[in-house]
Ligand binder design. Sequence first.
Ligand SMILES: C[S@@+](CC[C@H](N)C(=O)[O-])C[C@H]1O[C@@H](n2cnc3c(N)ncnc32)[C@H](O)[C@@H]1O
Length: 237
Amino acid sequence: MDNFFIAKKPFVTKENSTIVKFLNKRLGLKFGYHIQPLPDPQRDMNNIEQRINYFHLLDGVITNKIAGDIVELGSFTGQCAMIFQKVIQLHGSDKKLHLYDSFETKFKIDGSVEEVLNSHFREAGLDLPVIHKGYFQATIPVQLPEKISFVHIDCGFGGDVLMHKELMLYCLKSVYPRMSKGAVCILMDYYVLGVNNLSDYNPGVKLAADEFLSGLPEKIISLYANQYSHAYFRKLN
Ligand SMILES: C[S@@+](CC[C@H](N)C(=O)[O-])C[C@H]1O[C@@H](n2cnc3c(N)ncnc32)[C@H](O)[C@@H]1O
C-alpha cells in the first residue's frame, strides 16, 4: 500500500503548528517526547494504526484466497472503504466491495453523504463500490453477498448503549452465517481498557460481540489502535 493512505489526504491530517514543530525539533531529544495532533472523532473515521491493521487483515484474506466479497456495514463518506478498495485493486482481485449505510448524517458536509463517498473514490482513482442504501434492518441480510471473506462493522453513533448493542447483534447475526472459513470480521470501537489509550466511544460493540461469540469457537483479538480501538475475529469453520 502506498503512503497516500497512511498519512496524507484524503484522510484528515492536521498539520503541526510552527511552535509544535519547533518544540518537537529542539526539545524532543532532551525530554523524550514528541507532540502529535489527536484525531478528530467527528471527521477522522479511522487513524493511522487502524489503516495499517485494515491493510494487513485484508491483504491476508486476499492472499489466502478466502472465498467471498468484501462488506462494510456503516460506511459514511468511505474513509475505511477506500482502503478496502485500494487493497482489492493492488491485488487485481475480482472481489466486490459492498457498502451498507442509510447515508443520513447529522454532521454538516458539502453535498449528500453518498456523493461525497463517490467523489472520494473517484479522486483516489478507485473503482466505485456497490452501494446498498437504507437501514440495515431493510438491507441485511437480504442484500448481503452469498459469501463474505471480510467484513467491517462500523455503525457507532455515540448514542444509547443498549440500542447500539442490539444493532450490533443484528449485524453479527446477519453476517456470521455468510462468512467463509478463514473470513475476517473487524469490529470498530471494540474497546479493552489498557490496550487503547483514550475513550470507549461505543461500549455496545464489546457488549454485543462478547455475548454473540460466547457460544462460538471464534475468539476476539483486540488490536492496538492508539487513540481509537478495534478488534477482529476469524471464522473457523
Ligand atoms: C462511524 S460512521 C461509519 C464510518 C465509516 N466506516 C468511514 O470509514 O467513514 C457510522 C455509520 O453507520 C451508519 N448507520 C448507523 N446505524 C445504521 C443503521 N441502522 N442502518 C444503516 N446505517 C446505519 C450511519 O449512517 C453512519 O454513516
